[in-house]
Write a protein that binds this ligand. Structure first.
Ligand code: HEC
Ligand code: HEC
Ligand code: HEC
Ligand code: HEC
Length: 440
């Protein structure tokens, strides 16, 4: 987070949207913690000095009214040209924003994508209807127009073709990771990895025309290198007329480049990884700490309440917890206790996250379907236990081992938790050896 402040040139900080919630619908049990997290994200964006954020479809997961409440608490603008009130078809959030940066006026707008939670309050207009009038308004005052778009590439290309006045499109969500900016027609398109894993820094040298070219410094460097090469070749074959000709041409080009400040608009792009090693901005760290505590408190309260919709008893998977297995399988239990799976809940507790419903399901046993049940588990299930790999063991225990259990977990069992996000080096064969019953 510190990194943002190291960007010295006049800058704007924007986000394509989709920052508040995950992509899965909020269950009633998850909602309080998810809303607290969303509030914290808004606070952190305030501190980091964001200027504008697009309204992504998933930002609406807490409801339109909740997002409007968030917008009121934001020091930046939430933008959507196409999310309108069902009653009067007026935008529910700002449709446009003008911002001065480095002597030019930047006009910013946003588009919300389809597929968000259904709402009887709001209506999503197609961009073909909502965007052109907004862009026309922006064009009157802005030198440079930015669109924050929660849309797929096919739609973005169509917009770039239809509305050449849009100079830059920042794509939200849905992509695999950092994508270097590409030109679609006359429009630059970029995006960064999900979940704020990196910050895209796009440096623009805007010359008032969208004739995007290589940056003049880079071009000059490139031509100088070519010239050196020719001179080196000339030393070996001093009489070649082609080489002399080429040298003359390049020398002239270098001279022109050095003399003129080139007129083509240029861009340079970097992705700053928001590594965990980055020294945290103290204020942001304070917000994060505060939210963690709120989530702990909300989770703790919920853990004392009976689960809202307990599953019918007969469907409940029959888990008993690792201590029950330990009575008969001493050796395997002792082996398992040496693995990190055995300490997975303690790991959360050490971080004060053991009531966080976003973390619990992967750090305990047997709560795949009902996330909120993870808050009220018996002691024996507060670990990635035996039954995560061997399956629920109730019958097996009651019948003293006469009902067989699965001998060997399948790779899919592991991948539920060892997702690329949590563990991108997962290797089933190697890791099973490490995790199952490692002998000393
Ligand atoms: C319910 C979620 C869950 C499942 C299923 C799961 N793991 Fe894990 N695994 C974890 C967690 C959480 C940790 C980290 C525990 C800690 O350090 O506190 C972990 C840690 C590990 C580690 C130690 C980390 C390392 O790189 O040395 C290995 C190895 C491992 N798991 C292998 C497996 C294998 C193999 C499977 C499938 C047979 C599997 N896990 C299934 C959640 C799970
Ligand atoms: C999708 C499953 C999943 C979720 C959700 C999850 N974890 Fe984990 N966690 C894992 C796995 C798998 C590992 C082991 C990865 C490894 O070390 O190879 C792990 C390891 C860890 C570790 C120890 C390794 C380290 O990086 O130091 C900590 C701490 C941790 N998780 C905390 C959390 C917290 C806090 C949350 C919630 C915000 C969370 N986890 C949510 C699966 C998950
Ligand atoms: C990470 C997955 C994993 C966990 C967790 C795990 N096991 Fe295992 N277990 C295995 C694998 C893999 C084998 C070996 C199967 C093989 O080699 O055929 C095994 C073998 C066994 C066997 C021997 C079966 C035989 O073939 O003789 C027993 C008994 C057993 N586990 C019990 C337990 C108990 C009790 C726990 C908890 C204390 C536990 N396991 C936790 C994966 C796991
Ligand atoms: C009352 C004693 C007892 C308890 C408790 C018990 N087991 Fe077993 N388990 C056995 C017996 C007996 C066998 C069969 C051993 C054999 O046939 O070689 C067995 C076999 C197994 C096997 C090998 C595969 C199979 O079913 O033949 C696994 C894996 C296993 N147990 C896991 C567990 C797990 C996990 C738990 C806890 C949920 C557990 N056991 C609890 C007695 C027990």
């Amino acid at each position: 987070m510190q990194k943002r402040r190291e960007v010295a040139a006049p800058s704007l900080t924007v986000d394509g949207g989709g920052l508040l919630f995950g992509e899965t619908p909020l269950s009633p049990a998850m909602a309080p913690q998810a809303r607290a997290t969303a509030r914290g994200i808004v606070e952190a964006y305030n501190i980091m000095g964001y200027n504008a954020v697009g309204v992504g479809r998933y930002d609406l997961a807490g409801g339109v009214d909740f997002l409007r409440e968030m917008a009121a608490a934001s020091k930046f603008s939430w933008l959507s040209a196409n999310l309108v009130d069902r009653a009067d078809r007026k935008p529910l959030f700002a449709a446009k924003l003008f911002k001065k940066a480095g002597g030019i006026t930047v006009g910013i707008t946003g588009l919300t994508g389809p597929g968000g939670p259904p709402s009887d309050r709001s209506l999503l207009l197609p961009w073909q209807e909502a965007l052109p009038p907004v862009v026309a308004e922006l064009k009157k005052k802005a030198d440079f127009i930015v669109l924050l778009a929660d849309l797929d590439r096919a739609q973005i290309d169509k917009i770039a073709a239809a509305l050449p006045a849009v100079n830059l499109i920042i794509q939200a969500g849905g992509n695999a990771g950092d994508l270097a900016p590409v030109l679609s027609h006359q429009t630059l398109v970029c995006s960064t990895a999900k979940q704020g894993k990196s910050l895209g820094v796009l440096s623009l040298d805007w010359q008032g025309r969208p004739n995007w070219g290589q940056s003049p410094e880079e071009l000059l460097l490139d031509r100088k290198r070519a010239l050196d090469q020719i001179e080196w070749q000339l030393r070996r074959a001093p009489s070649s007329p082609e080489l002399r000709q080429e040298k003359k041409r390049l020398a002239a080009e270098v001279a022109t480049l050095e003399a003129s400040d080139s007129r083509s608009s240029s861009f340079k792009n970097d992705f700053l990884a928001m590594e965990t090693s980055l020294p945290d901005d103290l204020q942001v760290a304070a917000v994060v700490g505060d939210i963690r505590q709120q989530i702990q408190r909300l989770g703790k309260q919920a853990s004392h309440r009976p689960v809202a919709n307990p599953r019918p008893k007969e469907k409940e998977a029959d888990y008993v917890g690792w201590q029950a297995c330990g009575r008969c399988h001493l050796k395997e239990t002792a082996n398992w206790q040496r693995t990190r799976h055995a300490g997975s809940y303690r790991t959360l507790a050490a971080k004060q996250q053991q009531f966080n419903l976003n973390c619990l399901p992967c750090h305990v046993t047997g709560t795949e379907e009902e996330t909120s049940a993870a808050l009220a588990l018996p002691e024996g299930m507060l670990a990635v236990g035996c039954e995560v790999c061997h399956g629920p063991g109730g019958e097996h225990v009651r019948r003293a081992g006469k009902v067989p259990l699965s001998r060997r977990p399948l790779v899919d069992t592991c991948l539920r938790c060892h997702t690329p996000e949590q563990d991108d080096h997962f290797d089933f064969t190697r890791d099973l050896k490490r995790a199952a019953h490692p002998e000393e």
